[in-house]
Design a protein around this ligand. Structure first.
Ligand SMILES: C[S@@+](CC[C@H](N)C(=O)[O-])C[C@H]1O[C@@H](n2cnc3c(N)ncnc32)[C@H](O)[C@@H]1O
Length: 212
């Protein structure tokens, strides 16, 4: 029996993922500043923060900053001295995120690097291995990000990727560029014996893989 639906999601959000003033501001202000309204949901944010705690992460990498909403959930779960490095190709998005991280009181533990993540990754060797990597940028890039992540996350560390359900279109007859990329990526990870993986179905779905 499956009971998961929008009402259940709201129940979980109300119980476990309540936003404080800063998180609410970031979620609302991001589209008001002209950025796309595609931040993760509060339940997904709570899930990411739980993963940070579960793997006792000290250093986390995010690919795709936007306005810093997911970054704030992640950064707040880090222990003292912990660090989030987040990669963003848009200078405007990075600037808005910087303001948001300050407002949320986490700028001391967040470093935003601006540029194309595919280029920026090669400069991250000194910070590796990461405890957790969250992929939330352009979908055609996911296989390359994942391959890099497997080489640069520690054993027992987590690789997570957003939009694994693509608005529900992963099932059924839907076709199109985005959905094909997401289906192929999910299949790639599901068949990869170097990780134990699944999809957490809140919001648009977060794929989670533990490096074995
Ligand atoms: C879905 S949004 C990220 C949402 C964010 N993680 C959150 O929930 O708050 C994707 C972001 O990735 C950025 N992006 C897309 N392609 C990129 C690339 N190749 N390198 C770096 N950033 C990229 C976009 O500019 C956008 O800000």
């Amino acid at each position: 029996m499956t009971v998961y639906n929008a009402a259940i999601s709201e129940y979980i959000r109300d119980l476990f993922a309540q936003e404080d003033e800063a998180l609410r501001f970031i979620r609302q202000n991001t589209p008001e500043r002209g950025l796309p309204d595609i931040s993760i949901t509060a339940e997904e944010g709570r899930f990411l923060s739980l993963l940070v705690h579960a793997c006792q992460a000290r250093i986390v990498l995010e690919i795709g900053t936007l306005g810093g909403y997911s970054g704030t959930w992640i950064a707040r779960a880090l222990p003292p001295g912990g660090k989030l490095i987040t990669l963003e190709k848009s200078g405007l998005h990075a600037q808005v995120a910087e303001e948001h991280f300050q407002r949320a009181g986490v700028s001391d533990r967040v470093e935003i690097r601006v540029g194309d993540a595919h280029q920026l990754l090669s400069k991250l060797n000194p910070q590796a291995p990461f405890d957790m990597i969250f992929i939330d940028a352009e979908k055609p890039g996911y296989p390359e990000y994942y391959a890099w992540a497997l080489d640069h996350v520690r054993r027992g560390g987590l690789i997570t990727a957003h939009n694994a359900l693509w608005g529900g279109a992963v099932i059924g007859e839907h076709s199109g560029e985005g959905i094909n990329y997401v289906r192929e990526f999910n299949l790639l990870v599901a068949r990869d014996e170097r990780v134990a993986s699944t999809i957490y179905p809140a919001g648009d779905g977060t794929l989670v893989a533990v490096k074995l």
